[in-house]
Write a protein that binds this ligand. Structure first.
Ligand code: AMP
Length: 217
């Protein structure tokens, strides 16, 4: 299946994408993760995108789409993928649709994960991630077993550069202005289903699986 996961920052897209991609045996492809690798490695692309990611602004559409479609061209994504955080604008959605059509394929479903703003700010400001393996924890809701250490690989946990309160508020504003219009675009194409992102990780996964089962019928 070819699936897109849309949602405000902090709605749990990354966590849910990993769970669902495992169940569907397709790769989870996160545009944010692709950018963070470039930033960490100090590449030219990394330096370019950092100007946008550090302030919570979107990376330009053409550049983002090139990075993501290049990843989708790898063999493990040939039979399906779960996109997390891409597309985020109508223009990116158009470019993705063109690229898939060029390969004779199309999306099967778009899941919109929803969460109220105050809950998002609470989740994001307590979030910590492991740069080594990508695991995400929350200091209050899912604390690591050992303080500041990743349960998965033992690496040191860090706060994402863009998880400070001011940048979180900017990212939410960008989501409302640029990504919310995308929901209508996908609804018009009969691809969109809404899933409530509140509750525990298993509760949300269960809702997402049920939504996809309905699409497959
Ligand atoms: P995320 O990890 O999905 O929250 O993404 C982190 C940051 O990467 C965002 O705040 C943007 O600056 C950038 N980014 C990720 N995905 C996209 C996208 N589809 N379009 C533009 N910028 C993006």
């Amino acid at each position: 299946m070819r699936i897109v996961l849309i949602g405000p920052p902090g709605a749990g897209k990354g966590t849910q994408a990993r769970v669902l991609a495992g169940l569907l045996a397709v790769p989870a492809v996160s545009s944010g993760d692709l950018f963070r690798v470039e930033v960490r490695q100090g590449t030219e692309l990394g330096r370019l995108v950092r100007r946008h990611t550090d302030t919570g602004e979107l990376v330009p559409d053409e550049l983002t789409t090139t990075v993501v479609t290049r990843r989708l061209g790898q063999p493990d994504a040939a039979d399906g993928f779960l996109l997390d955080g891409f597309p985020r604008t109508v223009r990116q959605a158009e470019l993705l649709a063109e690229s898939l059509a060029g390969d004779g394929t199309a999306l099967d479903a778009v899941i919109a994960l929803g969460l109220p703003d105050d809950e998002i700010v609470r989740r994001l400001t307590g979030r910590r991630m492991c740069p080594a393996c990508g695991t995400t924890v929350h200091l209050v809701f899912s604390p690591p077993r050992v303080a500041n250490r990743c349960d998965g690989c033992g690496g040191g946990l860090v706060r994402r550069a863009d998880d400070g309160e001011e940048t979180v508020l900017r990212r939410l504003a960008v989501h409302s202005a640029q990504t919310v219009p995308l929901l209508r675009w996908y609804a018009d194409r009969q691809l969109l289903c809404h899933v409530d992102g509140s509750g525990t990780v298993p509760e949300v996964s269960e809702r997402m699986s049920a939504a996809l089962a309905a699409v497959r019928r």
